[in-house]
Every structure is written in structure tokens, then in C-alpha cells.
Design a protein around this ligand. Structure first.
Ligand SMILES: *[C@@H]1O[C@H](CO)[C@@H](O)[C@H](O)[C@H]1NC(C)=O
Ligand SMILES: *[C@@H]1O[C@H](CO)[C@@H](O)[C@H](O)[C@H]1NC(C)=O
Ligand SMILES: *[C@@H]1O[C@H](CO)[C@@H](O)[C@H](O)[C@H]1NC(C)=O
Ligand SMILES: *[C@@H]1O[C@H](CO)[C@@H](O)[C@H](O)[C@H]1NC(C)=O
Ligand SMILES: *[C@@H]1O[C@H](CO)[C@@H](O)[C@H](O)[C@H]1NC(C)=O
Ligand SMILES: *[C@@H]1O[C@H](CO)[C@@H](O)[C@H](O)[C@H]1NC(C)=O
Ligand SMILES: *[C@@H]1O[C@H](CO)[C@@H](O)[C@H](O)[C@H]1NC(C)=O
Ligand SMILES: *[C@@H]1O[C@H](CO)[C@@H](O)[C@H](O)[C@H]1NC(C)=O
Ligand SMILES: *[C@@H]1O[C@H](CO)[C@@H](O)[C@H](O)[C@H]1NC(C)=O
Ligand SMILES: *[C@@H]1O[C@H](CO)[C@@H](O)[C@H](O)[C@H]1NC(C)=O
Ligand SMILES: *[C@@H]1O[C@H](CO)[C@@H](O)[C@H](O)[C@H]1NC(C)=O
Ligand SMILES: *[C@@H]1O[C@H](CO)[C@@H](O)[C@H](O)[C@H]1NC(C)=O
Length: 625
């Protein structure tokens, strides 16, 4: 239920403000001469309130209210602030004080009728919100965030007509939001997020001053709350993780709309993205992900020139990516993954920083990806994921033009790319952080990587790479995932792999590797999983505990490896070679792509191992015991 908040989320701001309040008040207490005198009715109400919370001495916040005693002016009590002239208590801030109790309907709190600010953030309050809050008619800020309050919001909250800030988020509140809340014409911030609320008033456009609207992480149902978008001052709308359904309808949008972000992800919204979305000219962040949205991406979306973040992923959006998206010069995050988009992918997209087009049916790159777009930019940040599309042809060479980057992560998995890895990547000082090429038809030898590369994940599995595992891989200090499985690699396991101090997962299975497993691999502290199965490895399985912690599937089908019975049980039958087919495919591809990609030596070796398999179609190891 809990959604991670934005860095400057409402509650974050509140917390910061609270802290500032407490701090500045402490300073004030020390510095100012005694000018205001506590009114006795106010003092008595505060003491009454204090005594509703028997605070045990063991409690770390027990002394939070120790200054609340009759020997000094109540206006100087911790967390209390008075009006300088009248001595009325106007602010009470008990941020983080462990109250550990319910709020009683006749609590002393409700006699502090002049309160303008009441902050009971994270005070371990439980039980219901008493309707007596309606007594505090001067309240401008009411913050009950992060408690364990249950039940409904009392209708009397609608009496607090001065409220500009109402925070009830992160409790266990439920039911309907009372219609009277729509009377709060001065409300600027409304935070109801992360509760169990179900129903909003059907018309909330009466909240004339609303700027920040957080209802994410609840059980709100019903149609999209169109009335909300009639509020002219609205800036942030967070409706994520609810059960809103039906089409998105914004109604009559004013051209002077100040709307800056709309987060609608993880609802049940359907219908198309309305063209009218283009009228929110100040929009910077738009998240419609995880709904059931259909239809194309409206070309008008390109009028949102301030857009920096666009997430339309996990819907049923169809058609091509409109080329007009190139006008979104401020966009840095584009996620269109898991839709039904298809066609060409234009080159300009790559300047967006994060580009996720995975699980669509894109077939090729547009002609324009020669990338003058990157221009004179010194550094490029790119997180490119085009996993599971229908791309074919050679490795996208334009990546070589990105000579300097802050971060480059490339996922080309599950496509039909072929040919060899471009020279630039073989000899690149700034190697990508992640290069995921899983399940394509790349061939040729593996790139030789340079020592200062900051790569942390290499996944070349399920291709047709041949030849040796380069020793230089051992110099990639940041590498944590290395997957070379299901290729046609023919070499020993290079000793320098044991230098990969940050390696967590190593998969070398389904190749034609020979020689022994280097025992030093067992000394890599971080290493958790390893897989050497389906090769031609020989000699003993090393004794190191790391190896002993693995199971049968990590070593099986290496006919010359011994000690297997310890992992695989008394009777171990290796799989009859599924590799045969793979090898034939590989040879076919090698022939198709010409001699440039062949690993001459390898071919012979493949045939040899192939022959070897023929002789030993089934390998049975019986326990000596
Ligand atoms: C009353 O509050 C003052 C000021 O914080 C404190 O010094 C004093 O010890 C308190 N008296 C009692 C009886 O708690
Ligand atoms: C909080 O209140 C409950 C119920 O009154 C009590 O059982 C518990 O000990 C209290 N916790 C602390 C830390 O005082
Ligand atoms: C509301 O305020 C009045 C004083 O105006 C007070 O007499 C009354 O007890 C308060 N109600 C509650 C529930 O505290
Ligand atoms: C709220 O206001 C209505 C009328 O405006 C009044 O009848 C009611 O008593 C008030 N509720 C509280 C709890 O003060
Ligand atoms: C508050 O809302 C209720 C219900 O919508 C309405 O009857 C009442 O007149 C409103 N009160 C004010 C002060 O606007
Ligand atoms: C839309 O709003 C404009 C200006 O606020 C107004 O003139 C127009 O009549 C409205 N249209 C509809 C259909 O409500
Ligand atoms: C876009 O952002 C800039 C800078 O924050 C701002 O001045 C401008 O008004 C915004 N809106 C449009 C439509 O450009
Ligand atoms: C969007 O880009 C334009 C042109 O580069 C710039 O003037 C504007 O300030 C940018 N808007 C934001 C919000 O950064
Ligand atoms: C791209 O989207 C897919 C599916 O929605 C997700 O699994 C993957 O982690 C995303 N990649 C990036 C780089 O965010
Ligand atoms: C790349 O795509 C694969 C295949 O769907 C996915 O499992 C993986 O999480 C992606 N890797 C990264 C680093 O995004
Ligand atoms: C490999 O990629 C193809 C698409 O090129 C896909 O159809 C197939 O399911 C993928 N295989 C695996 C095991 O993911
Ligand atoms: C690799 O880089 C070195 C120095 O950076 C350079 O001398 C060499 O020619 C490069 N090799 C290739 C194949 O690009």
C-alpha cells in the first residue's frame, strides 16, 4: 500500500517545516523577554490534555512535556506558541512525541479554540478522529500524518473553514470523505494518502484554492474525478494505487491551468488519452502507467513543452510513436514499455536519458539516428531498454558516438539483432554500466574490455558468441553480474575472473568450456550463485564452501568433472545433449553472416565436442558407496 513519495512530497515538506517550527521556537524561547502571559483557561486546557497521556519514564520522549507545569508561563512550554498580545494558544506542535493513546471527544485539546496550527505528526495516536475537531474553527493547519487513526473523517472537519493544510495521510482511516470537506475553500494542501478511504464527494470543485491533492494508496473507486480539474489553482494530483475506473476526462480545461503533475498509475482507467491533455501547458510530470488505456499516443502531447517525465507504460496503447514527440525538448524520462506500440523508433528519442520501449513490437530504428541531436553535449545519460521487440539487424552503432556519458545502460534482450559487437565497445574506456544482450543472434568474439570500465552487469547469454572468454573481464572491478551462458565459447575459465571482487552471480553454463574450475573463484566474498553446467569441464569440484553451497544444477553435464555425486545424489544421469540443435543453428548463422564473424578455431572445436557427445549420449555416474 505504501508508495514511495516524491523527494519534495507534501509530508516531507511538512516534516521539514515542523522541525523548523520547533527549532525557531526554541530559539525564540531563549531570546525573547517574557512579554505574553498565558491565559489560565488555556493553561488548564493544556494541562488537561497532558494528563490524558500518561507518559512512562522509560519512554524516550517522556520529557517532551516536562516543561508543561504551573511554575512557568504556558506560552513557553515546549511546542506551545501564544499570540503575543492576547496570550491565547495559537500553535501546538508535538511532532514525533510518543502519545500512545486515543484522542478523547472531550479532550482538553478542544478547549484550545484559538489554535491555528496543530501538529500531531507521528504521535502514535489511535482510535477515531473525534468530531470535536469542529470546535477548533481557527485552524489553518491540521497535521495528523503517520498515526494509527481508524474510522471515518468526521463531517465537522467541514466547519474548519480557515484550513489551508489538512494532512491525514498514513493512517488507517476508511469510508467516505464527507461532502462538507468540499466546503474548505481555503484549503491548499489535502493529503489523504495511504489510508483505506473509498469514496470522494462527487463534486470537489468547491476547493477553490487547492494546489496539492494526494489521495494515492487508498481504495477510492468510481469514475475519474473530473470535477477536480475545474479547480484553477491545482498543481499536483496524486491518484495512484486506487480503483478509479472508466475513461480519463478532464472537462473544460482553462488555458491558464497551473497543473504541473498528474500521477494516475495503478488504477483501472480505460479509454484513450484525451487530446485535451495538451492544454495543461505547465505539465512537467505525467504518469498514466498500469491502467487499461487504449488508443494511440495523441500527437498533441508534444505541446507540453515543459514535460520532463512521461510514463505511459503497462497499458494497451497502440500505433507508432508520434514524431512530434521530438518537440519535448525537456523530456528526460520516457517509459512506453508493455504496450502494443509498433513501427519505427525515431533517433531523437535517445537524447531523453531514460528510454524504455520494452515489450512492444518496434521493428527498426528510424533513419535519423545519426544523432546530431546530441550535438556538443559533453556528457550523455542514457538508460536504454528495448527488450522484447522485433528489432533486427546489426548492433545500433550510434551508441559508439556517445563518447562521454555519466551513465549508460543498454538492454537489447529478446530481439533479433545479429552480427558482431562494434569495435568501439571492444575498446572503450567508458564501458556501459550494464550491457544486456540476452537472447539475440550476436556472433563473433566477446569484446575485450578496459580496466577502468565501470560496468556492473554483463549479460551476453543466448547468443552465438564464440572463441575465448577474454582475461580482461577480470579487470572490471565493479562487475556484479556476469552471464555468458548458452553461447559457443571454447576456452578455459580464465584465472583472472577470480579478481572480480564484487561478483555476485556467475553463469557460464551451456558452452564448450574446458579445463578446471579455478578454485580461487570460491574466495570471491560476494559471490552467491555460480553455474558451470553443460560444458566440458574436468577435474575436481573445488572444496571451498562457496562451491559446496551450490546444488547439482550448477555442475551437471560436465562428463569429466568429478565429485558430482555429492551434489546430484547416488545416481546421476546427465541430460542427453540439447546442445546439438543449438550448434547446428550457430553454424548456419555463421555461414549466413559470412566469414567475418567466424571463430575459425572454434568451429573445429565445436565439431569435436559434438563428436564427443555422440560417443557418450548418456553419462551415468554411480556413487562409489
Ligand atoms: C517545570 O518546568 C521547568 C521548565 O522546563 C523545569 O525546569 C521544572 O523542572 C519543571 N518542574 C517540574 C515539577 O517538573
Ligand atoms: C502504549 O499503550 C499500550 C496500551 O495502553 C500499552 O500496553 C503499552 O505498554 C504502551 N507502550 C509504551 C511503550 O508505553
Ligand atoms: C468547544 O468550545 C467551547 C468553548 O467555546 C467549550 O465550552 C466546549 O467544551 C468545547 N467543546 C469540546 C467538545 O471540547
Ligand atoms: C459545525 O457547524 C455547524 C453549523 O455550521 C454546527 O451546527 C455544528 O455544531 C458544528 N460542529 C461542530 C463540531 O462544531
Ligand atoms: C457546507 O457543505 C454542506 C454540504 O454540502 C452545505 O449544506 C453547507 O451549506 C456548506 N456550508 C458552508 C458554510 O458553505
Ligand atoms: C469552458 O470554459 C470557458 C472559460 O472558462 C467558458 O467560456 C466556456 O463556456 C466553458 N465551456 C463549457 C462547455 O463549459
Ligand atoms: C514552462 O517552464 C518555464 C520555466 O519554469 C516557465 O517559465 C513557463 O511558463 C512554463 N510553461 C510554458 C508553457 O512554457
Ligand atoms: C524547457 O525547455 C525550454 C527550452 O530549452 C526552456 O526555456 C524551459 O525553461 C524548459 N522548461 C523547464 C521546466 O525546464
Ligand atoms: C522497462 O520496462 C520493463 C517492463 O515494464 C521493466 O521490467 C524494466 O525494468 C524497465 N527497464 C528500465 C531500465 O526501467
Ligand atoms: C533487461 O531485459 C530483461 C529481459 O526481459 C529483463 O529481465 C531485465 O530485467 C532487464 N535488465 C535490466 C538491467 O534492465
Ligand atoms: C527470445 O526472443 C524472441 C524474440 O526475438 C522471443 O520470441 C523468445 O520468446 C525469446 N526467448 C526467451 C527464452 O525469452
Ligand atoms: C584501442 O585504444 C587504444 C588507446 O586508447 C588505441 O591505441 C587502439 O588503436 C585502439 N584499438 C582499436 C581497435 O580501436
Amino acid at each position: 500500500m505504501m508508495i514511495p513519495r516524491q523527494p519534495y512530497s507534501f509530508s516531507g515538506v511538512v516534516a521539514t517545516l515542523c522541525f523548523f517550527f520547533l527549532f525557531s521556537f526554541a530559539l525564540h524561547t531563549l531570546a525573547s523577554p517574557t512579554l505574553h502571559y498565558c491565559r489560565h483557561d488555556q493553561r488548564d486546557a493544556l494541562l488537561e490534555f497532558k494528563h490524558e497521556f500518561p507518559i512512562s519514564e522509560s519512554n524516550p520522549t517522556a520529557n517532551a512535556m516536562s516543561s508543561w507545569n504551573k511554575s512557568n508561563d504556558c506560552c513557553f512550554w515546549n511546542g506551545v506558541k501564544c499570540d503575543a498580545k492576547s496570550g491565547k494558544v495559537i500553535s501546538l506542535n508535538l511532532f514525533g512525541v510518543f502519545l500512545n493513546n486515543t484522542l478523547k471527544p472531550n479532550s482538553g485539546l478542544f478547549k484550545l479554540q484559538y489554535l491555528q496550527h496543530l501538529i500531531l505528526y507521528s504521535c502514535k495516536l489511535y482510535g477515531e478522529i473525534p468530531s470535536s475537531f469542529g470546535n477548533l474553527s481557527h485552524l489553518r493547519k491540521l497535521d495528523l500524518l503517520k498515526n494509527e487513526l481508524v474510522g471515518q473523517v468526521p463531517a465537522s472537519v467541514g466547519n474548519l473553514t480557515q484550513l489551508s493544510d489538512l494532512s491525514l495521510g498514513e493512517n488507517k482511516l476508511s469510508g467516505k470523505i464527507p461532502i462538507s470537506v468540499a466546503n474548505l475553500t481555503k484549503l491548499r494542501n489535502l493529503d489523504l494518502s495511504n489510508n483505506y478511504f473509498e469514496e470522494l464527494p462527487s463534486d470537489i470543485s468547491g476547493l477553490h484554492s487547492l494546489e496539492y491533492f494526494y489521495v494515492s494508496g487508498n481504495s477510492f473507486y468510481g469514475p475519474f474525478p473530473t470535477s477536480l480539474f475545474r479547480i484553477p489553482s491545482l498543481q499536483w494530483v496524486h491518484l495512484e494505487e486506487n480503483h478509479f475506473k472508466g475513461p480519463i476526462e478532464f472537462g473544460n480545461i482553462s488555458s491558464s491551468s497551473t497543473l504541473n503533475r498528474i500521477y494516475l498509475s495503478r488504477n483501472k482507467l480505460d479509454g484513450a488519452i484525451p487530446e485535451s491533455i495538451s492544454k495543461f501547458l505547465n505539465m512537467e510530470k505525467l504518469d498514466l502507467s498500469y491502467n487499461k488505456i487504449i488508443g494511440p499516443i495523441p500527437t498533441s502531447i508534444s505541446q507540453l513543452v515543459n514535460l520532463t517525465y512521461l510514463d505511459l507504460s503497462n497499458n494497451k496503447i497502440i500505433g507508432p510513436i508520434p514524431t512530434s514527440l521530438s518537440q519535448l525538448v525537456n523530456l528526460t524520462y520516457l517509459d512506453l514499455s508493455n504496450n502494443k506500440l509498433e513501427g519505427e523508433v525515431a533517433g531523437f528519442l535517445w537524447r531523453f536519458g531514460v528510454v524504455n520501449l520494452s515489450h512492444n513490437s518496434f521493428s527498426s530504428f528510424g533513419s535519423s539516428f545519426e544523432l546530431e541531436e546530441f550535438g556538443e553535449q559533453e556528457y550523455v545519460y542514457l538508460d536504454l531498454d528495448i527488450d522484447s521487440n522485433l528489432f533486427r539487424g546489426p548492433f545500433p552503432h550510434w551508441i559508439c558516438k556517445l563518447r562521454k556519458w555519466l551513465r549508460l545502460s543498454i538492454n537489447l534482450s529478446n530481439n533479433r539483432f545479429s552480427g558482431s559487437i562494434p569495435q568501439c565497445l571492444r575498446n572503450f574506456t567508458y564501458f556501459p554500466q550494464a550491457l544486456i544482450l540476452r537472447n539475440n543472434s550476436f556472433s563473433g568474439t566477446l569484446p575485450v574490455m578496459s580496466a577502468d570500465a565501470s560496468v556492473n552487469a554483463l549479460d551476453f547469454s543466448g547468443n552465438r558468441f564464440c572463441g575465448k572468454i577474454p582475461e580482461s573481464i577480470g579487470s572490471l572491478e565493479e562487475l556484479s553480474i556476469l552471464n555468458l551462458s548458452s553461447n559457443a565459447l571454447t576456452s578455459d575459465i580464465p584465472q583472472p575472473l577470480a579478481d572480480l571482487k564484487n561478483l555476485e552471480a556467475l553463469d557460464l553454463s551451456h558452452n564448450q568450456l574446458f579445463g578446471q574450475i579455478p578454485p580461487d573463484l570460491g574466495k570471491i566474498h560476494s559471490l552467491l550463485t555460480m553455474n558451470f553446467s553443460h560444458n566440458n569441464l574436468e577435474g575436481p569440484i573445488p572444496q571451498d564452501q562457496k562451491f559446496q553451497d551450490q546444488n547439482c544444477s550448477s555442475f551437471m553435464d560436465n562428463p569429466k568433472l568429478y565429485g558430482l555425486e555429492k551434489f546430484c545424489g547416488k545416481t546421476y544421469v546427465s541430460n542427453p545433449i540439447p546442445k546439438e540443435e543449438q550448434v547446428i543453428n550457430w553454424i548456419a548463422a555463421a555461414i549466413a553472416y559470412g566469414p567475418g564473424v567466424l571463430c575459425g578455431f572454434v568451429i573445429g572445436n565445436v565439431f569435436i565436442s559434438h563428436k564427443f557427445r555422440r560417443i557418450n549420449p548418456r553419462v551415468v555416474i554411480r556413487s562409489a558407496r
